[in-house]
Design a binder for this molecule. Structure first.
Ligand code: SF4
Ligand code: SF4
Length: 388
């Protein structure tokens, strides 16, 4: 990002932050490196990185996933076939350099995957760029073709300001999407945008110098592989899924794993910074401790009963049980389930599903539960068929 919607200079902030990180002796940065494998649990993770200098093993107490996002670059509206059709990010770069500024721009919102999900940041980016062009070239014409302008909170002022400066907004719906023609033939080489104006109830034809497509933010390549390596969930669009949208907004369900920024979903810079601080604070609550107490309510496997049927491995929502080849199961067969107490959430699902009844949840064993039920009915015997 070259300039923020509120006028701040993100590149200056970034340069300062990079300098502070590189100068801090407690921070190791591995550039151009890839996570090869990872495992462990809260307070005791171990990972291997493929770095330009070869594999590197690390021990760490927490994981923060901050993979970011990338701008979608599909071939929608002829993107890639004509240099006059650009994305908002490419247009922003031109504006920052104040080079090759167009006299007329048509911006098309909700392009590609954004037809299915709102990327949240595209409307703000479009308004920011429209206002910047008006600042650099007040006589320039900007037309925004949109389905629904979504600038929230105080950013609504950008919309008001854009209208005040003469930016035109033309609404379209799914039944009447804009059409873009370019190249030679009936357009004479001009960019030609056909749009349906619902107020006039007729098609209008625009011939801009430049078309800026509001491409949505999408997850970076390799997110699926990373998610399966970390055994954490992603949503239908490929963004990482928090444990609870209100109560644990930066946590994964697995203890000791957090997320920040666009890895979670598309967000603006100030939102990403706030979330990064929240994730760092959550991580510090673990890293600041010398020892980590684990809960008393955890599932325990009796390996002498386990037949390694994998039921608990498949059913645990936190992916805790593992079949350990160094454990002997029922009848001395090689391989039995093991549940790491530091990670188990004590939900009891595996205990209720184990066909061999090899799992008990500590403090909620079958014997304890049956004793409670017996005591309950002894205290208040049930009369069947008696008077109400
Ligand atoms: S469900 Fe029970 S028998 Fe099957 S692997 Fe797990 S502990 Fe073993
Ligand atoms: S008790 Fe719940 S969290 Fe623990 S291993 Fe069983 S299913 Fe997983």
């Amino acid at each position: 990002m070259h300039f923020a919607h509120d006028g701040r200079d993100p590149q200056a902030v970034l340069r300062q932050l990079v300098g502070r990180v590189q100068a801090n002796p407690n921070i190791n940065v591995y550039l151009e490196s890839e996570l090869a494998e990872t495992g462990g649990f809260v307070g005791n993770f171990s990972s291997t990185l493929n770095t330009p200098d070869g594999p590197r093993s690390l021990r760490h107490g927490v994981v923060i996933v901050a993979t970011g996002a990338r701008e979608y670059r599909g071939a929608d509206y002829g993107f890639g076939s004509d240099p006059r059709i650009v994305t908002q990010q490419q247009f922003e770069r031109r504006l920052a350099a104040a080079e090759a500024l167009p006299d007329t721009v048509v911006m098309i919102q909700c392009v590609g995957p954004a037809e299915q999900y709102c990327s949240r940041i595209c409307c703000t980016a479009a308004l920011k760029n429209a206002l910047k062009l008006k600042e650099l070239r007040p006589e320039a014409q900007v037309m925004v073709l949109y389905k629904d302008i979504r600038v929230y909170g105080f950013k609504e002022r950008l919309y008001t300001e854009a209208r005040r400066r003469g930016v035109l907004f033309i609404r379209y719906d799914d039944a009447h999407p804009p059409r873009l023609a370019h190249g030679f033939g009936d357009t004479d080489g001009r960019l030609t945008v056909h749009a349906w104006d619902p107020a006039l109830r007729r098609e209008i034809v625009l011939t801009p110098d430049l078309v800026a497509l509001s491409m949505p933010a999408i997850p970076p390549a390799g997110v699926g592989r990373l998610a399966s390596m970390l055994r954490v969930p992603v949503d239908a669009n490929g963004f990482f899924l928090e444990a609870h949208v209100k109560l644990r907004p930066v946590d994964f369900a697995a203890e000791g794993m957090f997320m920040a920024g666009m890895a979670h979903y598309p967000k603006l810079l100030d939102e990403a910074i706030v979330q990064a601080k929240a994730a760092a604070s959550r991580a510090a609550t673990i890293l600041a401790r010398k020892t980590l107490p684990v809960g008393g309510r955890v599932a325990v496997v009796d390996p002498t009963l386990c037949t390694a049927c994998l039921t608990c491995v498949r059913i645990c929502p936190y992916h805790v049980p593992q079949i350990r080849p160094d454990h002997a199961g029922a009848g001395g067969i090689i391989g039995a389930a093991y549940i790491e107490p530091a990670v188990c959430q004590g939900c009891g699902i595996c205990a209720s599903e184990c066909p061999a009844r090899a799992i008990q949840v500590q403090n909620y064993t079958d014997d304890q539960m049956i004793a409670k039920v017996d005591a309950l009915f002894e205290a208040a015997p049930i009369q069947i068929g008696g008077p109400l």
